[in-house]
Design a protein around this ligand. Structure first.
Ligand SMILES: *[C@@H]1O[C@H](CO)[C@@H](O)[C@H](O)[C@H]1NC(C)=O
Ligand SMILES: *[C@@H]1O[C@H](CO)[C@@H](O)[C@H](O)[C@H]1NC(C)=O
Ligand SMILES: *[C@@H]1O[C@H](CO)[C@@H](O)[C@H](O)[C@H]1NC(C)=O
Ligand SMILES: *[C@@H]1O[C@H](CO)[C@@H](O)[C@H](O)[C@H]1NC(C)=O
Ligand SMILES: *[C@@H]1O[C@H](CO)[C@@H](O)[C@H](O)[C@H]1NC(C)=O
Length: 210
């Protein structure tokens, strides 16, 4: 009877040890991982943007648009590579979505400390949008100025490569924001120059959840 209960006691102590060892090892492994790889978020910059069409027809609530973008994505990591499985560009005017395109250049792999230049990304077509009075008055004043406030969202599916190890797919991430002031020009050479704009809300690796 004593023997049995002593044994159980010992087992409990062992379980305790194993439990703590496991936690200790996991934490240590995580620390080593972070120390070695130290994953940093990639940087997204819209290096150029031009609107050659942005016409809203009131009768049928149709927006005709033609937006060209040059996008640069830079991977600042020395030891982490990034697979871009899918990249989508969503374009909004006054929080109203008018376009979504999936870039044909993805999927692609981006190596360490490398930059990928995606030029001539075309966002064009027509879309039914409902603009309120304030939206229209901003549209009119921006049309007069020849400079439009267009907000992009980039929606991404990525996975990472740590050394030889590929991570599983990260959760799709939809929140990268780029607030642009895009010059209009009917003939590609706008009198106003576009200012390169860096996007924000990039949390691919440290996704704080939706
Ligand atoms: C993008 O880059 C190309 C050169 O690679 C350039 O011809 C073009 O004007 C740039 N801008 C836009 C909006 O496409
Ligand atoms: C709208 O359309 C008219 C005629 O089709 C054109 O002259 C004008 O440049 C267009 N404006 C914009 C902002 O696209
Ligand atoms: C909306 O109206 C404009 C101008 O009348 C026309 O060019 C365009 O094709 C129309 N769009 C649709 C979807 O009917
Ligand atoms: C970036 O990747 C491309 C394509 O894999 C490669 O040709 C280029 O040399 C790389 N650049 C750097 C700086 O590693
Ligand atoms: C384009 O527009 C600019 C100013 O709006 C003008 O100076 C230039 O001559 C135009 N170019 C062409 C090829 O029409």
């Amino acid at each position: 009877m004593f023997g049995r209960s002593g044994g159980r006691c010992c087992n409990v102590v062992c379980c305790f040890c194993i439990f703590y060892n496991t936690i200790f090892c996991s934490v240590l492994a995580l620390l080593i991982f972070v120390f070695i790889f130290n994953p940093q978020e990639p940087k997204f910059t819209i290096t150029d943007a031009a609107l050659t069409r942005f016409n809203f027809t009131n009768d049928n609530n149709t927006l005709h648009y033609n937006l060209a973008l040059n996008i640069t994505i830079r991977n600042p990591n020395r030891r982490v590579g990034i697979y871009y499985r899918r990249i989508q560009v969503i374009a909004n005017y006054r929080k109203k979505r008018f376009a979504m395109v999936t870039l044909p250049s993805a999927p692609f792999y981006q190596g360490h400390k490398n930059a990928t230049i995606l030029n001539h990304v075309l966002v064009e077509g027509q879309q039914l949008v409902v603009f309120g009075e304030r939206d229209l008055s901003q549209l009119n004043s921006e049309a007069a100025a020849g400079l439009y406030s267009i907000d992009l969202k980039l929606a991404l599916r990525v996975r990472a490569r740590y050394g030889k190890l590929k991570s599983p797919n990260y959760k799709p991430y939809y929140k990268i924001d780029c607030s642009l002031k895009v010059p209009f020009s009917s003939n590609e050479t706008s009198p106003i120059a576009f200012k390169a704009t860096q996007c924000w809300n990039v949390y691919l690796f440290s996704n704080p959840g939706d």
